[in-house]
Each structure stands twice: as structure tokens, then as C-alpha cells.
Write a protein that binds this ligand. Sequence first.
Ligand SMILES: [Zn+2]
Ligand SMILES: [Zn+2]
Length: 328
Amino acid sequence: MLTFTFLGTSSGVPTLQRNVTGLVVQAAGARDWFLIDAGEGTQQRLLKTGHSLRSLQAVCITHVHGDHCYGLPGLLASAGMAGRTEPLTLVAPLAVWNWLVATRECTDLHLPYEVRHVDSALQPVVWQAGGVCITAHPLRHRVDCHAFGVEVKRETERLDTTAVRATGLPPGPAWKALQTGQDVEFANTVLRSADFVEHKTQRVRAVFGGDNADPSMLRATCADAQVLVHEATYTQKVLEHVGPGPMHSSAQRVALFAQVAGVPHLVLTHFSQRHHNGEGMAELETEARTHYQGQLWMAHDFDVFELDEQGQLHRIHSELNDEGHEQE
Ligand SMILES: [Zn+2]
Ligand SMILES: [Zn+2]
């Protein structure tokens, strides 16, 4: 019901293996999509995944640090050059908006479409349309920073064909009418659509964190979520070595929180470049597994995940082979 694609999984700077943060979120099967964060180089990544800038509904920026937003002006400019005319929603702290306004002015950037700013600090529901609801949740970081909760809801109607058949009504347009909410006259009685149609609402929810020193800030919003995507910039040892200044999380800190909160699926991302080699990633993963018994993934660029209607998470695409190396 919901898919998400990692465009970048590195913190601070890009490396050969990993770009800085960017993530595509999409209701499964939909053309429309949402972007969470736009680090430098995000539009290059999107050329590879094939997401059209004309179908982009909203960009949600967690915070003003460059590894999360330096790709934004270029991406907006390219959307204009691709002929976009529909308005675009930008969910972001005021600092990002002010920077974008200044950049547009200083670089003579004229967009052929309107960018509508929604301040993530001012309202909890930042997007609601087309069965997708996005909410913003404050985090603890050096600057104003928000996580985004994404809920996808789908209503389905199923005709109880056994019950309809039992009335003797022959299959055909009358069945279709019952299914679409119309009552039908048959054999001197009225068959009420409501008696034969079963309405079902399916709902899934994932929480996408920004930079954050305190995962417990997400306790309430994680209560009904099947997935938490969260930064694990360092191992606990490195975090203690660098001190509290950067205000990031260790793998241990996130894992402990996810375990207590009972989140069934945890995806870690935003890794410091010192951990990008095989050994460093294995260390982060082992540390997380020590404290978390749910299903754990370490995100890699271009990984695609799908959250199905049962609330189960699957990695449906990866560029890595079994040994963890990039495929040729
Ligand atoms: Zn960051
Ligand atoms: Zn940051």
C-alpha cells in the first residue's frame, strides 16, 4: 500500500557508495509521489529511479541543514524546465523557506508554477488528499527539525456474491448496480445494496525521522505505525566519543526506543561516512540487533521497500548482491 525509495543514506557528505538524504514516498501503484528531504544531487538520483518531477505532489524538508535541502532549488528549477505548471507544496521550517526565497531572488530563478509553503512547525497535518495523510512531529536537533508520519488509507467495497446468488438475481448489470450502492427491484422485493456490500478500510502508517538525538520524541506517533525509518549516524562508542554536540542518534539508542515502543519494522539510515565500509556497517547492524528484536534493515541507496496491507514490510529492490557489494 505504501512504497518508499532511498535516494541517499549518508549523513553530512556524499561518498562514492552513498549520497546525502532523499527519500521518495508513494502510495503503491500511484503516479503521484512525495519527496522527503532533498540533499544535493537528489535530482540526479531521481533520473535513475524514473520519478517524474511533474507528478511530484509535495516536498517535505525535515530541517535546514545542507545535507537535507541543498538539492531543493535545482530540483525546483528542473521541474519548471520540464514544463510543470501545477502548484507544488513545500512542507518545511521557516528557515528553509526564507533560504529558498533568497536563492530564487539572488539567482534570478523564475518558476512557471506556484510553490506553496506549509510551515511544519505550525500545523500537525501538513498534507491530506488522495488517501494520503502526512503529519509533522518535532524532533530534538541543533535546529528546528521534524519527522513525517505518512498514512495511506484505502477503502474497498466487496460484493457478497454468495448472498446475491442466493436471491436468484441473475449476474449482470443488476449485480454491478448493487455493488455501486444502488438498490435493485427483483421478484417483487427491493434488494438493498447495503445488505450485500462489505465496506473495508485498510490503513498503513510509516514514520520517517529527520536528524534526531532523542527517538522517544516519536513515541506517540509510533504507537500505531508499522515502520520507523530513523537516522543511526554513529555506533554508541563513536557517539560518546564525538559528544552530544551534533545531536544525532546511535544505532543502540534508536534500537532501544523501537524495542520499547513495539515498532515491528525498523529501517536505519543517515550513516556517518566513517561507517560506510563493510566493517562499519556490520558494527552498526550488530549493535542495533543486540537491542531490537523486530525486523531490522540497514538502508542502502536505491533500496525500495513496500509496506503491504497486512502491515508487513518487504525490501522489493536492492542494488546490492548477497555479499553486500554493489552489482555490476
Ligand atoms: Zn543530516
Ligand atoms: Zn542535521
